[in-house]
Design a protein around this ligand. Structure first.
Ligand code: NOJ
Length: 722
């Protein structure tokens, strides 16, 4: 049993999550009294826009079970007022900070609970396989280990508030184009080592729900894929919660036999108002096409999850109205969460370039600054257009169901203006196309800040000819030209990029560009978080959660326009590809600068393995723990945090990519302070998927541990043998 922190009010009584067995025991008592129709009702969505939330199930009377409210999104409560618009999942990943990731999820969990949402439709844990993937920013990394940590901490933070998390999208939904018709084709090893990894971690974290995706996997739709839902999720990973369909992703009534438990939002499609569940599922059970036991199991899974999160006790009434926000009761759940958003925005900001330590700015020396580019300014459309499918102004989130409405936004110009106070005189232009004006303003200033962005989202909306996935990796709105024009006339040009993923930076070596910052998608406190880093109030410690290539062709996977998406690069996703093909990235995975300097010394590795000897003399490694320690010293002139990263190379015989992230720690060190950092690698971190035996296996041979400050800045290595 797990105890979450307590919080005063009745709605927020300390929540003791039940174990699966305890919850199942309670659920069975109720479900055993339900009729076939009642059991079907609690698995069936009420219909699109028929209910208070983006998804709603039918409730039952005698026995009583409530209608459940399912609501987006990964970065805050969607379609609701008086909620916090936080940083993106990609920013959470860029923080490389487990505590901050948990804290983010915890405050979101409080807000979802406060609004009476039973199921948080996240975290988004698909991988950045193709840099243009429209929804990459909702989750945000190319590395399964990092995604696994972000995902597990998020699930814990959300569920500790008694809200069910629904990790999505299961599985191989890495691009928007053709997401309803394409088949993602993959081999078992790649599936396990890359794409299943984060799902395995959320199941270990006790997740209540998993959302199956629109696409097919190896030819069969994910939501009716017996191998994925029954063999993998249930048997292999021991998942005890319920599988919910993505919206209109159910493709047959028979899908329930393959492991689908809940149908959302209810109808077959936006055009076909019939349902695969509801009366059709009842009919299928009556005609014995679907065993009633399976429907009982579906109901049990839903009710069990509800009990596990203690939603039977003091769960608030739903206080939102997704499609009629004007009728939603007033309920402010923001508390002081904006403070955390500001901290997270700063903690996930990645300093990419800082020539001659131009940052942080010394407010006593700098007299004038130019602030240039529409991305520095307020939203020029309404702050909250439908699902953020509009552009203009600074970029704080992408578009689609993964968005929230902002209660307010501090844009960069406002944030910097406030932070500079009367010490720095600011001139600004928010026009990206008037290069003459930009040059005029930049010319006379001590420093020129130039802002640009690149946006993407979900395919349900098209923005500036972008159907969801990005069309290219270039900056939007004349960004490259604007940056070059400014840099040509100001020898202290500071570039700030808000983007949904990697962008090409053809201007990066311009000698006048002295600093580059990537704040990602920082949410409502954008400008304040940025100012904290620019002025040195916060020493940056964000690290890139993806690789930035020098060229578009350096990436080995792009949007596939056919209906067969071959995951033929196999394990070589992100930096693993760049490493194996020996391509020098512009900025590697895990990279980010600090205002101070860190030195590493004295790497030690200890191995503790258990071996089973068979009667025939062969030996199998049954368990292993590898403990690695290293000293890290802050040898610079200011306090700061280092993200110490541990990468592992498997024995050559495994034919694995050169190295895999297998640990990271954020170590805050005062100036001159040294700490010993410890990594413990266990069976999961040390195994590969053995396609011969169909299980995880600890290979024997020589492993290498690489400890460093990024995937390409390895400070010490050591080899050990298992
Ligand atoms: C479809 C999206 O793919 C999914 O992520 C979202 O949760 C649902 N729509 C509900 O809005």
């Amino acid at each position: 049993m797990k105890t979450a922190s307590s919080h005063g009010s009745k709605e927020n009584l300390p929540i003791e999550l039940l174990s699966w067995d305890e919850a199942y025991y309670k659920a069975e008592k109720i479900v055993s009294r339900m009729s076939l129709k009642q059991k079907v009702d609690i698995t069936t969505g009420t219909g699109w826009q028929k209910g208070l939330c983006v998804g709603n199930t039918f409730g039952t009377k005698k026995p009583n079970f409530p209608s459940l409210c399912l609501q987006d999104a990964p970065l805050g409560v969607s379609f609701a007022d008086n909620v916090t618009a936080g940083v993106s999942g990609m920013n959470a990943a860029a923080s490389f900070d487990k505590k901050a990731i948990y804290a983010r999820a915890e405050y979101m969990g409080k807000e979802f609970r406060g609004k009476g949402v039973n199921v948080y439709l996240g975290p988004y844990i698909n991988m950045i396989r193709v840099p243009e993937g429209g929804r990459n920013w909702e989750g945000g990394t190319e590395d399964p280990y990092l995604m696994g940590i972000v995902a597990a901490e998020t699930v814990k933070g959300i569920q500790d508030q008694g809200v069910i998390a629904s990790a999505k999208h299961f599985i191989l939904n890495e691009q928007e184009l053709n997401r309803n018709s394409s088949s993602s084709n993959i081999d078992a090893r790649t599936l396990h080592e890359i794409y299943l990894w984060p799902f395995a971690r959320v199941i270990e974290a006790g997740i209540g729900s998993i959302m199956c995706s629109f696409n097919k996997v190896n030819g069969t739709y994910a939501c009716e894929n017996d191998y994925l839902l029954n063999t993998i999720l249930r048997k292999e990973l021991g998942f005890r919660g319920f599988v919910c369909s993505d919206w209109f992703a159910t493709t047959s009534t028979g899908a329930v036999k393959s492991g689908l438990d809940m149908n959302m939002p209810g109808e077959i499609s936006l055009e076909n108002y019939d349902t695969y569940f509801g009366h059709n599922l009842i009919k299928a059970a009556e005609s014995k096409n679907v065993p009633e036991d399976r429907i009982t199991d579906m109901a049990n899974r839903i009710v069990t999850t509800w009990f596990k999160m203690r939603q039977d006790q003091n769960f608030p009434d739903t206080a939102l109205n997704a499609f009629h926000m004007e009728y939603a009761p007033f309920k402010n759940v923001q508390e002081n969460h904006k403070e955390l958003v500001r901290e997270l925005g700063a903690a996930s900001n990645v300093l990419l370039k800082n020539t001659k330590n131009v940052l942080p700015l010394d407010l006593n020396k700098v007299k004038t600054a130019a602030i240039i580019g529409s991305d520095a300014g307020p939203n020029t459309n309404s702050l909250n257009c439908f699902l953020n499918g509009c552009t203009g102004g600074t970029l704080m989130e992408g578009w689609g169901s993964g968005t929230v409405y902002f209660p307010y936004a501090v844009d960069p110009l406002a944030g910097l203006t406030k932070a500079f106070g009367n010490k720095i005189n600011i001139k600004s232009t928010l026009n990206d196309w008037d290069l003459q004006k930009a040059v005029e303003i930049a010319r006379g200033a001590d420093y020129a800040f130039v802002f640009s962005n690149s946006n993407s989202g979900e395919e349900i909306i098209s923005v500036e000819d972008t159907m969801g996935d990005r069309n290219n990796l270039s900056l939007w709105h004349n960004g490259d030209k604007l940056i070059n024009a400014v840099a040509d006339v100001n020898n202290n040009t500071i570039v700030v990029i808000h983007s949904v993923g990697p962008v090409l930076m053809p201007w990066i070596n311009h000698p006048n560009i002295t600093a580059v910052l990537w704040p990602g998608l920082p949410g409502q406190e954008s400008g304040n978080s940025l100012a904290d880093v620019v002025t040195g109030k916060v020493n940056p410690s964000g690290r890139l959660p993806y690789t930035i290539g020098k060229n578009y062709i350096d990436y080995n996977a792009h949007i596939n326009t056919s209906d067969a998406i071959e995951y033929s690069e196999k394990l070589l996703v992100g930096y693993k590809w760049f490493d194996s093909a020996n391509i020098e990235p512009l900025f590697p995975f895990g990279y980010g600068l600090s205002y101070t300097k860190f030195d590493y010394r004295d790497l030690r590795v200890g191995v503790n393995a258990s071996v089973r000897h068979s009667s025939t003399g062969s030996k199998t490694i049954t368990d292993v723990t590898v403990i690695t320690t290293i000293y890290v010293l802050n040898s610079g002139s200011v306090d700061g945090a280092e993200i110490v990263q541990a990468y592992l190379s498997f024995p050559d015989s495994t034919e694995s990519p050169p190295k895999h992230l297998r640990g990271f720690e954020k170590a805050f060190l005062r100036r001159g302070e040294e700490k010993n950092i410890l990594f413990e690698l266990n069976k999961s971190e040390l195994s590969i998927w053995d396609t011969f035996s169909n299980r995880w296996k600890i290979p024997s041979g020589n492993f290498t541990i690489h400890i460093g400050a990024s995937s390409r800045d390895i400070r010490e290595i050591m080899t050990f043998t298992i």
